[in-house]
Design a protein around this ligand. Structure first.
Ligand code: PLP
Length: 358
């Protein structure tokens, strides 16, 4: 049976990536070596890094004023690394608390300097993202999460401020067009929309690198890492290759504008069914903030939750159980998930409704 993988991450990858990655394990590009045993100092890997950077720049229209890095480790590491680099003891940073990942970033920043939380959605169990908050002008930066993977909320507009905006785009990078010049820094774990776990994409405006605290270890210093073009130490060679393959696939599919159209179509289809179906309710309270990547909903009768998970799994729909203890469902519709998979989930929801309330 064909499985439809709605996992929140690590998540479904395009077939193109699986095939090319499998070939590279055997013999990378005719070199006679597996990519797993290829040096990060080889010309083969230099080519991979160069193409990955060039493609990312092209797909997101990243100006030369920004450095692009592919670093080992996930976004959680950067929750700490960002304030380590940029938040000096006599400065403060502003953060928006829109969910667990944002709160983790806030907690890490508190080790380094003053943190001002501009607003929090916690009291409302993060069912929407607060808006209309004020960002103090003397903040060294403003940090927010564009897409809250667990709650299924998204902020499509970049908050307006004169201070550099730093954005965690782990679960929506490359899913829709963005204006990079509105950001001081963008970072993302790649294992949702851009590859296999082990790598973060970092896009950082070069003038911010001039403000990096010099009294921190080199291995964490963004300026050092940028000077060494992601090769300060051994990077996760194979994982970076899977990111390159994702970028190649995205370009072949028509780039970000084409994939964004598809993401709109896929998410609309599922939201329509959630709103129509008598057994389910959407989790997000502000409908303009509904994520196109992570779609969250509940069973109106909690006792039907496990029954639906089992019913769906029997029909090949997997990965829709909500994160850890949150209850309910989350269907992640990342770039690689096909419209056909979404149609299958919708059909399963309709069949379940008929099964429970004939
Ligand atoms: N930020 C967001 C928005 C996420 O969804 C996640 C993981 O799901 C993280 C950060 C943490 O990523 P990692 O586990 O790769 O550190």
């Amino acid at each position: 049976m064909k499985l439809h993988n709605f996992s929140g991450g690590p998540a479904i990858l395009p077939d193109y990536v699986y095939h090319k990655a499998a070939d590279a394990i055997k013999n990378y590009n005719g070199t006679g070596l597996s990519l797993l045993e290829t040096s990060h100092r080889s010309s083969a890997f230099a080519g991979i890094l160069m193409e990955a950077e060039a493609l990312l720049r092209e797909l997101l229209s990243i100006p030369q004023a920004y450095a692009v890095l592919f670093l080992a480790g996930g976004a959680s590491q950067h929750f700490a690394q960002i304030p380590l680099n940029l938040l000096h003891k006599d400065t403060g940073a502003a953060y928006l608390d829109s969910g667990v990942w944002a709160a983790n970033a806030i907690n890490e920043a508190r080790y380094y300097g003053r943190v001002h939380v501009v607003a929090s959605g916690k009291a409302e169990a993060y069912r929407s993202i607060p808006t209309g908050f004020a960002i103090p002008e003397d903040s060294i930066y403003f940090h927010y999460t564009s897409n809250n993977t667990i709650y299924g909320t998204t902020l499509r507009e970049v908050p307006q401020t004169s201070v550099p905006v730093i954005c965690d785009m782990s679960s929506d990078i490359l899913s829709a067009e963005i204006d990079v010049t509105k950001f001081g820094m963008i970072y993302a774990s790649v294992q949702k929309n851009a590859g296999a776990a082990g790598v973060s994409i970092i896009v950082i405006r070069k003038d911010l690198l001039d403000n990096v605290n010099p009294d921190i270890p080199n291995i964490f210093n963004y300026a050092t890492l940028a000077t060494n073009r992601s090769l300060y130490n051994t990077p996760p060679v194979f994982a970076i290759y899977t990111t390159l393959l994702n970028l190649q696939w995205l370009q072949r599919e028509g780039g970000i504008s084409a994939i964004e159209k598809r993401n709109i179509e896929k998410s609309q289809l599922l939201y329509e069914e959630i709103d129509r179906n008598r057994l389910f309710t959407g989790r997000v309270s502000n409908s303009t903030q509904r994520s196109r990547m992570n779609i969250t909903f509940w069973a109106d009768k909690p006792e039907q939750e496990q029954a639906f998970l089992d019913f769906a799994a029997e029909r090949g729909v997997v990965g829709i159980k909500q994160y850890a203890d949150y209850g309910g469902f989350r269907a992640s519709l990342y770039n690689a998930l096909s419209l056909e998979s979404v149609k299958t989930l919708v059909a399963v929801m309709q069949e379940f409704e008929h099964h429970m309330q004939p």
